[in-house]
Design a protein around this ligand. Structure first.
Ligand SMILES: Nc1ncnc2c1ncn2[C@@H]1O[C@H](COP(=O)(O)OP(=O)(O)O)[C@@H](O)[C@H]1O
Ligand SMILES: [Mg+2]
Length: 326
């Protein structure tokens, strides 16, 4: 449904997109994941015909952004990081206005507005309340609803949850899932691996205008070394022996300066954690805390880009290379 080939965009001397390729099948949710300045919004602006590429092309629902921008625009709904909602209007008025802009008759636009407010759980607040009085999460959902008034086959969302509180984020995720269930193809950008994990069928990681990795969230976590073990010992005197036992099972075992906190990769997941705890218990070492956790986005980027300097992950700084056994 969306096919991007060799997209390049320069701003003066600065290369914002350096050959981006993407393929998004119909009905799927695709996340473009990357840090600030990676090129996410630039990609979205090209795909939505707001910006001409220097090289390459994006084909949306069969239409090229270069040759057929008008048809592309009529195939997509767009919702931005900065919600395009008229604060002086109520929810119904906002969505009805969007419908009329798309050429719907007033009656039909109003009916569609009510339907969407119900779907996005905004109907209880819509009566009389102006959008200016909505919470951040409600505004974002209203903006999302606006993107699909005309039932476009493709919806493009640029950082739909950035700046939202946890409740607003969950509500927005729910709204994206509803789009997907209805068969809409979704391209969304995000800075959060967890968000891509929650929503996307496939993820492309973008960094400095290039796609540096592709796959499912599980693929990306596995490339970052999979799950990790975190142990906090009660006594520093247990440290050296505990570290040996962890290292016997898990790669990259390391202990912190205080000799209390041990971390290691756990490619075997919870089986590794159980085995480590059992071998510690045999020697009567009982950690005060023991956890299995997924790699953070920082760790994923660190691995994928191989750029150790940029992602100043606390652990790397604290542990130092000399503490690493395996
Ligand atoms: N109109 C512009 N003029 C100059 N530089 C730009 C312009 N738009 C974006 N950039 C630069 O291109 C890079 C990518 O920006 P952007 O696509 O907005 O990143 P993201 O959305 O991933 O945070 C950034 O370094 C940004 O400063
Ligand atoms: Mg952006």
């Amino acid at each position: 449904m969306i096919s991007i080939r060799g997209l390049r965009k320069r701003f003066g001397d600065f290369t914002a997109l350096d050959g981006v390729d993407l393929d998004i099948p119909a009905g799927s949710v695709h996340a473009l994941l990357g840090p600030n300045g990676a090129g996410k919004t630039t990609t979205v602006r090209v795909v939505t015909t707001l910006l001409d590429p220097d090289e390459g092309d994006a084909v949306v629902a069969g239409h090229s952004v270069r040759r057929d921008a008008h048809r592309v625009r009529s195939s997509i709904g767009v919702s931005g990081q900065y919600a395009a909602v008229d604060e002086k209007l109520t929810g119904v008025e906002n969505l009805t206005m969007v419908g009329e802009l798309y050429g719907m008759r007033r009656r039909d636009a109003r009916a569609r507005a009510h339907e969407l407010l119900r779907d996005f759980r905004l109907d209880s607040v819509s009566s009389g309340k102006r959008a200016g009085q909505y919470s951040g999460g409600m505004r974002r959902r209203l903006d999302l609803a606006g993107a699909i008034v005309s039932r476009p086959p493709v919806v493009i969302l640029d950082e739909p949850t950035t700046g939202l509180d946890p409740r607003g984020r969950r509500d927005t995720w729910e709204a994206v899932r509803q789009l997907s269930t209805a068969g809409t193809t979704v391209l969304l950008t995000t800075q959060y691996l967890e968000e891509a994990d929650q929503l996307a069928d496939a993820i492309s990681v973008i960094d400095s205008g290039r796609i540096v990795a592709e796959g499912t969230a599980a693929d990306l976590k596995a490339r970052a070394g999979g799950a990790a073990i975190d142990l906090v010992l009660e006594k520093a005197s247990d440290g050296p022996r505990a570290l040996e036992l962890v290292a016997a099972r898990c790669p990259a075992a390391a202990i912190d300066d205080r000799g209390l906190r041990i971390t290691a990769r756990a490619p075997g997941g919870s089986a590794d954690l159980s085995a480590v705890l059992a071998s510690l218990a045999e020697e009567r070492i009982t950690p005060g805390e023991a956890a299995l956790r997924q790699p953070t986005l920082d760790e994923v980027f660190l691995r994928i880009t191989g750029d150790r300097a940029s992602a100043a992950a606390d652990e790397v700084a604290v542990l130092g290379p000399e503490a690493v056994i395996a």
